[in-house]
Design a protein around this ligand. Structure first.
Ligand code: THU
Length: 127
């Protein structure tokens, strides 16, 4: 699927956001190496710290379906510039590889980057 179509799909996911506290909606799409697609939106909570970002919902959905090989992640919000993922989501991304990440806005403006560029020197548990 083309990046433009994936961004469109992320916009559709974004419309499902539950964000009554911030009013800020985010959508995400994960494409796995096996060709499957998982979507996510941000889901807020009245206990604010329990909020989960769209990126993590999409990634966790893929993992919970047994799909660990991620090819790319698309994230979109209605922002002037392509939305940039939070630090917590960057750390979660780095757990599952150095895949492509497409940051986009509503107008379809997008930046193509990758996990290691978003989070250099990521924490890895070595015991
Ligand atoms: N949010 C995301 O979904 N992804 C990000 O990368 C940054 C922030 C959400 C969390 C919260 O619901 C709202 O945006 C405002 O922070």
């Amino acid at each position: 699927m083309k990046n433009e179509d994936l961004i469109e799909m992320a916009v559709e996911s974004m419309k499902k956001a539950y964000s009554p506290y911030s009013g800020f909606r985010v959508g995400a799409v994960v494409v796995t190496k096996s060709g499957k697609i998982f979507t996510g939106c941000n889901i807020e909570n009245s206990s604010y710290g329990l909020t989960i970002c769209a990126e993590r919902v999409a990634i966790f959905s893929a993992i919970a379906s047994g799909e660990r090989d991620i090819e790319k992640l698309v994230v979109v919000a209605d922002t002037p510039e392509p939305v940039s993922p939070c630090g917590a989501c960057r750390q979660v991304m780095s757990e599952f590889g150095d895949f492509e990440v497409i940051l986009a806005n509503f107008q379809g403006k997008h930046t193509i980057t990758k996990v290691s560029a978003l989070l250099p020197y990521a924490f890895k548990l070595k015991r």
